[in-house]
Write a protein that binds this ligand. Structure first.
Ligand SMILES: NC(=O)C1=CN([C@@H]2O[C@H](COP(=O)(O)OP(=O)(O)OC[C@H]3O[C@@H](n4cnc5c(N)ncnc54)[C@H](OP(=O)(O)O)[C@@H]3O)[C@@H](O)[C@H]2O)C=CC1
Ligand SMILES: O=C(O)[C@@H]1CCC=N1
Length: 272
């Protein structure tokens, strides 16, 4: 399913930028040669250059060649990048997609030009394997642009359109969320090792169990408590373990962590 639109430049090819590039290639949406990856230390992109991607440290040159420009630097690095590419931006031809937390569409136009077309996307690192939960928003009512971004990210997972003011919440729940669930799986595997399994086996067993639990919700459109009730036999071991976890603040820890992350996500750019 090769994409018919032209080249894409990813400015800031770190963890999420490279995951996005690999995901788009894996999905067959782009060939590596249609993706230009930039970072200041472009030598670190050598393995990707060998795999056929365009790589460079020159953001402006990359922007001039691209129809879609993805901004994937840290919030604190953004203004410098925008200063460097401003003269290469062409609103008639180009769409900017920002995956940067805490930076609004208006912030980007303020740093570039009032007519720049911007859509925000908040993916997560599972994008590299086509499993991202990506939230999409824009303050411009340009259906064509939103549809294009949806089409792009639909190839590498699931998308949902949200209001822009919820983007920091989306960052915490879905982007940071990968780390939260991974830590939960890791902790479960540590428990598994303590009760008798070798560490690699415990990790694989915990990960598949987590995947099955998530799929119960996604495939059956079921509620967690409904599925939990099916596991907790009366006077059984599940309810004993679950209640012990709750006594130690399991749900509360997740809720408080997500609230703090969302608060921090909203301040990443402003507090830089
Ligand atoms: N990691 C994640 O799971 C997610 C991250 N995000 C957002 O994506 C952005 C990037 O995060 P992440 O990938 O984790 O961070 P990284 O630090 O891994 O990536 C940022 C990249 O930007 C490059 N960079 C910095 N300055 C410039 C510049 N002037 N020109 C070109 N490239 C530059 C850096 O390389 P070098 O130093 O060589 O220039 C680095 O590779 C953040 O804004 C974050 O909020 C969003 C969703 C998920
Ligand atoms: O930790 C961060 O700030 C970024 C944003 C979402 C995931 N990683």
């Amino acid at each position: 399913m090769q994409n018919s639109t032209a080249r894409i430049a990813i400015l800031g090819s770190g963890n999420i930028g490279v995951s996005l590039a690999k995901g788009l290639v894996k999905a067959g949406f782009y060939a590596p040669a249609d993706i230009i990856l930039t970072r200041r230390n472009s030598a670190a992109l050598a393995p990707l250059a060998e795999a056929g991607y365009g790589t460079s440290a020159d953001n402006l040159a990359a922007v001039r060649e691209a129809d879609i420009v993805v901004l994937a630097v840290l919030p604190q690095q953004l203004n410098k990048v925008l200063d460097g590419i401003r003269e290469g931006l062409d609103a008639d031809r180009q769409l900017l997609i920002s995956v940067i937390s805490g930076v609004s569409c208006q912030d980007i136009r303020t740093q570039t030009s009032a007519d720049v077309r911007v859509v925000r996307a908040m993916p997560n690192t599972a994008i590299g394997i086509g499993q991202s939960m990506t939230c999409i928003a824009s303050d411009q009512d340009r259906e064509e642009d939103l549809t294009l971004v949806e089409k792009l990210f639909d190839t590498v997972g699931t998308t949902v359109r949200i209001n822009e003011e919820l983007m920091t919440s989306a960052t915490a729940l879905c982007a940071c969320g990968v780390a939260f669930f991974l830590r939960a799986i890791r902790a479960a595997s540590q428990g598994g090792t303590e009760i008798g399994f070798h560490a690699p086996d415990a990790l694989r067993m915990a990960a598949q169990t987590a995947k099955g639990a998530a799929d119960l919700l996604l495939q059956l459109a079921s509620h967690p408590e409904q599925e939990i009730d099916k596991v907790t036999s009366p006077k059984g071991c599940t309810i004993a373990g679950l209640n012990e976890m709750e006594h130690h603040g399991f749900s509360s820890a997740l809720i408080k962590g997500i609230k703090l992350s969302a608060d921090k996500a909203g301040r990443l750019y402003k507090d830089e």
